[in-house]
Design a protein. Sequence first.
Length: 257
Amino acid sequence: MSAAYIVTGTTRGIGQALAEEIALRGHMLFCISRAPEMQTGGRRNYMCDLRDPGETSKVMSRLMNDVPHASCSDVVLVNNAGTLAPIGFLENHTPVQMSDPMQVNLMAPAVLISSFIRESDRWGASRRIINITSGAALHPYAGWSLYCAAKAALNMLTRCAALEQEIRPNGVSICAVAPGVVNTGMQALIREAKDTDFPARARFLKMRQEGRLAEPAKVAALILDLDAGGKFQPGGIYDLRRVEWKEGKPHIEAMVI
Ligand SMILES: NC(=O)c1ccc[n+]([C@@H]2O[C@H](COP(=O)([O-])OP(=O)(O)OC[C@H]3O[C@@H](n4cnc5c(N)ncnc54)[C@H](OP(=O)(O)O)[C@@H]3O)[C@@H](O)[C@H]2O)c1
């Protein structure tokens, strides 16, 4: 029996690191990204722009149909894709600019969670969902209003969906994990922002200068280890900066459960 992982946003950053680590561990990998469709060995990519909920739903149905669930011990969906754009004060955004981060950070995970739960209902595998959230879900930043709002809503979506699954036999385990401050394109975007659009920019420049950014490969391995070790409880909201090591193994307490 093998494990199958479905990961969104695998073209770069944490998603790419997750994909590489999952492949390295010999698991099956189903990616959803804006890269062209491809299949090599145990890895497939399904092309999708997550701003479009209709397309997202169709792509996920096709993907779920391709998962060889009868031979899977575990099937895990990682809602990783995210966008911080547009950075800036609300009065400077167009309606379309405001819609994109809500679609990618909130609606796409909602659509994918819904489809995953429904379409894997009769599968015998252990079914789990990890939503990649952010510390910004709990901490407000001027200039990130839509990102903060979407991630806060993603946390609550996680908690409500987990409650719904609690009363189901063989329900899906759903949690959210904030990865900390990670050395990806998203951080580069933050450092490149204008101070007028993002007044806290200097704090992020300093963190980079002081070498305090986590590397995506380490973050990816940690998420997979914690999940495989059964450390994520249903409905739990986790922050990877709170990981403690005991006898070489990672442990984490939920911030909210
Ligand atoms: N880096 C951090 O410090 C940090 C901190 C807290 C939380 N996070 C969260 O961690 C997750 C990964 O972030 P990251 O730092 O790896 O970001 P990143 O380097 O900017 O990568 C974002 C990924 O999401 C994909 N994506 C964005 N919009 C999409 C769309 N419309 N359709 C399909 N894919 C789309 C991107 O694909 P394209 O290449 O096609 O654009 C890319 O693969 C996000 O949920 C983010 O909110 C990151």
